[in-house]
Design a protein around this ligand. Structure first.
Ligand code: FRU
Length: 486
């Protein structure tokens, strides 16, 4: 098939009515139709947030990648724009893979990976190069005639000649830089750095970071940005082994706080941490907005888990709620963006409940925000039961003796099951949870964003109950709930 943007837009328009609404999200970005993976080109440009995404419009499965495109004034309500890129050139004919955006002289520039299959085995026979597309209006994009701007011939020794993708561009000291994900050919991830003055001509600087076997076999979607007086490097390692409670999803996302030396071309860091401790979070991208906030959005899926909406629903994939990234000591915290509060409706509140056993609340829903503060007292375990009806429930629980939060979706409905765990300490004997439930998603912010756990769930429509429980005595200091209506 010869793909074009026009064909993609027409197909979406003609087929959109087939979408099944059952699990469609209300305050998260999904593809308008078909498949979505990584966030791309996330930027605040001329008064709006632009979020592009890896997109195959024709089926709810990954295929030759296009770039879908949506804009928002507040990161909550999104409007779809025409497909921005289609795989329509010899250098990107098998996919316009992930990349990023930067504003230059008022134009919106996209730097992305052109993917081409070079042999019969499309999992192994491929080549990737970096390409440029430009727009005057932020809607219509023209690919640069001199593409690729970073061809395969500019891959340095010591880097894979195949895996060379996901450029994230940024400005520093009057130059453009881009980080690119790769591996060293021996199953260790690396990040490459290139420099340019015009986005068209690029020079290799260095391999700025290199992993070991703990950090997976290949690094995808690097992001590098300053925050307060440090730099943050985020990578999404493929095939990352589990370590304790962390990294149980096969492909994970980690951050490192450190410092980039652009002259020497080195990023120095001491340790790494997971960005999200749940089931479904990958390949995030950040942008800085006009207020100076650093905002991160992740793909709220995982390459290895089943996605029930691929059967008959005609769509698959969603983005997380955008989160603000803040420094807290030697860690990062992730907070839901403030703007979501504008969409709170129908408040419900209970305070000061002594709890031992299970109790259903007099509120319900499938699209809401919930804020709960528990005082542990002598309970063995306490927590929340979400999307509950009969046997169906999603559990968010805390065990004081182990300082352990667990997010269990074994009985959440159809689709993937399992449990993810993370350690968080009580603060003055208390646990604060802020949870966003949006039809087929749950995002749990623990202790003011110290940890975040994200997961997709697929409950029945009647599963809207909200319960609290404790084994042993605890106190529910307060619980507030709002419907979120966009
Ligand atoms: C990450 C990723 C990227 C690639 C894109 C292809 O999820 O594998 O490395 O550019 O998806 O869709």
């Amino acid at each position: 098939m010869n793909y074009t943007k026009e064909k993609a837009d027409l197909f979406i328009r003609q087929n959109k009515a087939l979408l099944r609404d059952d699990y469609r999200l209300r305050f998260h970005l999904m593809s308008e139709y078909g498949w979505m993976n990584d966030p791309n080109g996330f930027i605040y440009y001329k008064g709006k947030y632009h979020l592009f995404y890896q997109h195959y419009p024709y089926r709810p499965y990954w295929g030759p990648m296009h770039w879908g495109h949506a804009v928002s004034r507040d990161l909550v309500a999104w409007e779809y724009l025409p497909v921005a890129l289609a795989p329509d050139r010899d250098y990107d004919s098998d996919g316009c893979f992930s990349g990023s955006a930067v504003e230059r002289d008022g134009k919106l520039a996209l730097l992305y990976t052109g993917h081409i299959v070079t042999g019969p085995d499309n999992k192994n026979d491929y080549m990737q190069s970096q390409c440029l597309a430009l727009s005057d209006d932020g809607v219509h994009f023209e690919k640069f005639a001199g593409n690729p701007v970073i061809p395969v011939s500019q891959i340095p020794e010591g880097a894979s000649l195949k895996d060379f993708r996901d450029p994230k561009v940024f400005e520093r000291n009057g130059c453009y830089y881009t980080v690119i994900g790769s591996n060293d050919g021996k199953e260790r991830g690396i990040v490459l750095l290139y420099r340019s003055t015009d986005l068209k001509q690029w020079d290799f600087v260095n391999i700025i970071a290199q992993g070991d076997s703990r950090l997976g076999a290949n690094w995808e979607c690097p992001d590098l940005f300053p925050l307060e007086d440090q730099d943050v490097l985020i990578i999404s390692p493929e095939r990352m082994p589990a370590q304790g409670n962390d990294y149980h999803n096969g492909n994970s996302t980690v951050y490192m706080l450190g410092r980039l030396d652009t002259e020497e071309g080195k990023f120095r860091y001491d340790s790494y941490e997971p960005v999200d401790c749940g089931f479904d979070f990958y390949a995030p991208q950040t942008c800085e907005d006009s207020t100076g906030r650093r905002i991160i959005v992740g793909w709220m899926e995982n390459w290895t888990t089943e996605i029930p909406t691929q059967q008959d629903h005609h769509w698959a994939g969603a983005m997380t709620l955008p989160r603000e990234v803040v420094v807290a000591g030697d860690k990062l915290h992730f907070l839901p963006i403030e703007e979501i509060k504008r969409y709170r409706q129908s408040p419900y509140e209970v305070t000061d409940v002594e709890l031992d056993g299970e109790r259903m609340l007099e509120c319900s829903g499938d699209c809401y925000e919930l804020e709960a503060v528990f005082e542990a007292l002598d309970a063995e375990e306490f927590g929340l039961l979400l999307r509950k009806h009969g046997q169906e429930e999603t559990v968010v629980a805390y065990r004081p003796s182990e300082q352990l939060v667990r997010f269990n979706r074994d009985r959440s409905g159809i689709g993937p099951q399992g449990e993810r765990r993370t350690n968080v300490a009580l603060q003055n004997g208390r646990l604060a949870l802020r949870i966003f439930v949006d039809r087929s998603s749950v995002e749990v912010f623990v202790q003011e964003g110290e940890k975040v756990m994200t997961g997709r769930i697929y409950p029945g429509a009647q599963s809207v109950g909200i319960g609290v429980f404790a084994r042993g005595m605890c106190r529910l200091v307060s619980l507030r709930k709002w419907d979120i209506r966009v």
